[in-house]
Design a protein around this ligand. Structure first.
Ligand code: ADP
Ligand code: MG
Length: 694
């Protein structure tokens, strides 16, 4: 990129922000706007309003006498009409060299009335130094004042003012870029022209309203947000269309299958399970390969549906592979599916990293020879030397912990097998549309009958004794209890240590007379299996665990879930953990023990106590933590959006999706479609990273 004013030093800073090309810079959206067109005089300000004022630094004073060590910086400002206001910054010492008497600045902040000095103050206002009209660019002053002004997030030494200047330069020297969105759509939605929109987002026209701008709803914002979603959804729609063109396996749905399924089922499927099975069977019977997402709240019975789908594949002479992200989860699936398949004489095998080389070799041989219709495992399944004789169905559990590449790697071990993705975490619709937009969706929206609601309570840590007394009482009634230890972000070792400490305390002091077990991710597989087995058989009454038990664990007699420092968990995760109880006939309880609560923490805990609906909680979680954090990991396949925001802009997302789908399904012309494909390849593939189009 060559732009006047961007030397190597600035280029490096910009690159750190992911701004490499002129196009990147143009799509670097301001986060806020100020109306500096009609600047108020200081004397007309009213307390508690948000205001921008243009003034001059009068005096700068560091004072330490009020509160020791605070280093309060007080700057007195005046304006041309003789008004006065004081700006105050705690720890503001560093500003003493920035704000010097005589300097012109724009101040933005909340006006307050100081009853002690009887004057106006702003606490920690944002400010922008307004230099004397710079000699090198006489137009400069007109960019930064006297108009609606865009405020950018600074990048290192690149201030909002520098961004404004750079963007102005680019916009005035670059020839307008042709609008890439197909004309039909532009006309139907009355979209602002692309170049006009880009200009207006950075330099809003005078007729814009500052509130509309700050709500990201000016015509220019609408247009650019739409555009971002549109290309994303186009990419997904094209991918989806491409997948559907491929020829897959056309499974036949014969009577033998119905009988096998009937013989396998230990209980009557729910209406919702029947409905989704029908959707899955429909896909499997069609010649196109299936790409379907199976969603359902915790305990809704997804495993059973996956097993039914596997029966279809197996009765057609194909193998099924099920992959799960952790060994515990894979093992759980292995046991519950083996339990079902033993009844109908299918061999089920497990392949995980911790098995001995000899064991693995033996299993791989069987798989390659086609002697094992059902293969369950972890990443170990993805290894080069795992070969299937006839892989027809791939089931992926907990997909968002797998990369798209891994999904593909497993599929490639067969000849265009059908793919069923299961998520244990309900995903809000907007997220599902952006991440899984290329998949068809089936939702199990009903729990198996007889589920008792789980009573959820929260209690502060001071009441731990009461909690343990309740645990003891439940155990005396024959129940079992999980105790989940605090989540320590990204640090498995610490989390394990915390779990060990809790375990030692409970086992030695609180419950010396009870059988307490410990489960965490660092145990050897055989140890894990041993602990889980003992808990499952009721030999352990209390299981102290880390989040390894988050998914898959199924012990109906366990009726109490105690979560320590519950405020550290995300909502979706708490809901998953809670889903480990309430699986049997006994009244069940979830107790959230809490430490210091932030406001957001408080809200999460309250949501948990009040709601048991996984989809509702997922929406709340998304709102409280934002899309980036939703899955707890950054590499969740979330595309990096520049101006669009899936929370704020969900209605625009829906429109963009509809338009993209209909364009791919009924393109106005082949050329138009080809042009769009080309455009995505050139402009959006890099940004969306994983999303690969045709
Ligand atoms: P999910 O994976 O969706 O969280 P599971 O497949 O683990 O749920 O099922 C949860 C529990 O409900 C299991 O114990 C399972 O055996 C049981 N279950 C599933 N379907 C039914 C049904 N139709 N009727 C009764 N119990 C069921
Ligand atoms: Mg499950």
């Amino acid at each position: 990129m060559y732009v006047k004013g961007v030397g190597p030093a600035r280029a490096e800073i910009l690159e750190g922000k992911g701004l490499r090309t002129v196009e990147d810079l143009l799509s670097y959206a301001p986060f806020r706007y100020e109306d500096r067109s009609n600047i108020k005089l200081l004397k007309s300000l009213a307390p508690s309003e948000m205001a921008t004022v243009m003034c001059q630094v009068h005096t700068v004073r560091s004072s330490r006498f009020q509160a020791r060590h605070l280093g309060l910086l007080e700057v007195a400002f005046t304006d041309r009409a003789g008004g006065k206001i004081t700006g105050k910054w705690f720890h503001g010492g560093y500003l003493a060299n920035v704000l010097v008497p005589g300097m012109n600045v724009a101040l933005y902040g909340k006006v307050e009335f100081d009853s002690y000095t009887r004057g106006l103050v702003m606490m920690h206002p944002d400010f922008e130094v307004i230099p004397e009209t710079a000699e090198d660019e006489p137009e400069a002053a007109a960019l930064h004042t006297g108009r609606l002004v865009a405020i950018y997030e600074a990048a290192g030494k690149i201030t909002t003012r520098v961004f404004r200047t750079l963007l102005h330069r680019i916009l005035t020297t670059l020839a307008p870029v042709a609008d890439p969105i197909p004309t039909g759509i532009r006309e139907r939605l009355k979209l602002l022209d692309y170049w006009e929109a880009v200009k207006a987002v950075h330099f809003p026209p005078a007729e814009n309203d500052v509130r509309t701008l700050n709500a990201f709803r000016s015509p220019a914002h609408w247009r650019l947000i739409f555009e971002e979603f549109f290309w994303l959804e186009m990419g997904l729609a094209l991918k989806r269309a491409k997948a559907r063109q491929a020829r897959g396996i056309q499974f036949s749905l014969h009577d033998g299958i119905r009988e096998k399924i009937k013989a396998m089922l230990p209980f009557k499927p729910t209406g919702a399970q029947k409905k989704v099975l029908k959707e899955i069977a429909g896909d499997m019977a069609s010649p196109q390969p299936m790409s379907r997402l199976l969603q359902g709240d915790v305990g809704s019975g997804k495993t059973l549906v996956a097993a039914e789908a596997a029966v279809i594949a197996i009765e057609n002479g194909y193998q099924t592979a099920l992959i799960a992200p952790t060994e515990i989860l894979a093992t759980q699936h292995y046991f519950s599916i083996k339990h079902l398949f033993d009844r109908i004489g299918y061999v089920t095998v497990l392949l995980v990293g911790s098995q001995t080389a000899g064991e693995k070799k033996g299993i791989k041989k069987l798989v390659a020879a086609g002697l094992t219709p059902m293969v369950i495992g972890t990443h170990a399944l993805l290894e080069e030397d795992v070969e299937f004789a006839r892989l027809g169905l791939v089931v992926i559990d907990e997909q968002h912990r797998f990369g798209v590449m891994q999904r593909r790697k497993l599929s490639e071990k067969g000849d265009t097998p059908d793919v069923l993705v299961m998520t244990a975490t309900p995903i809000p619709r907007t997220l599902a549309l952006t991440i899984y937009g290329d998949l068809d969706t089936s939702t199990i929206d009903e729990l198996p009958p007889g589920r008792k609601p789980i009573a959820t309570r929260s209690a502060t840590e001071e009441r731990m004794e009461q909690i343990w007394a309740f645990v003891r009482q439940q155990v005396s009634e024959g129940r079992q209890v999980y105790v989940v230890c605090p989540l320590i972000e990204e640090n498995e070792t610490q989390q394990m240590k915390a779990a060990e400490k809790t375990y030692e305390e409970l086992e030695a002091r609180t419950f010396p007379d009870l059988a307490v077990g410990l489960l965490h991710g660092r145990l050897k597989p055989a140890e894990k299996e041993d602990v889980m087995g003992r808990f499952q058989r009721g030999e352990l009454q209390i299981l102290v665990a880390t989040t390894v038990i988050e998914v898959g664990v199924d012990v109906p007699n366990a009726s109490v879930m105690v979560i320590l420092q519950a405020e550290r968990f995300g909502l979706a995760q708490l809901h998953q953990l809670r889903g480990r109880v309430g699986r049997g006939a006994h009244p069940s309880f979830c107790i959230l023990s809490t430490g210091k609560l932030t406001e957001a923490g408080q809200e999460r805990i309250r949501s948990m106590v009040e709601s048991s609906d996984g989809f509702h909680l997922a929406e709340m979680d998304l709102k409280l933590r934002g899309p980036g954090e939703f899955f707890g990991t950054r590499q969740s396949g979330m595309p990096a959006l520049r101006i669009a925001n899936i929370l704020r802009d969900r209605e625009i997302l829906e429109i963009a999706r509809t338009e993209a789908m209909s364009l791919v399904e009924h393109p106005p012309s082949e050329q138009e479609l080809t042009r769009c494909l080309q455009f995505i390849r050139e402009h959006w593939q890099r940004r969306y990273g994983l999303i690969e189009v045709g």
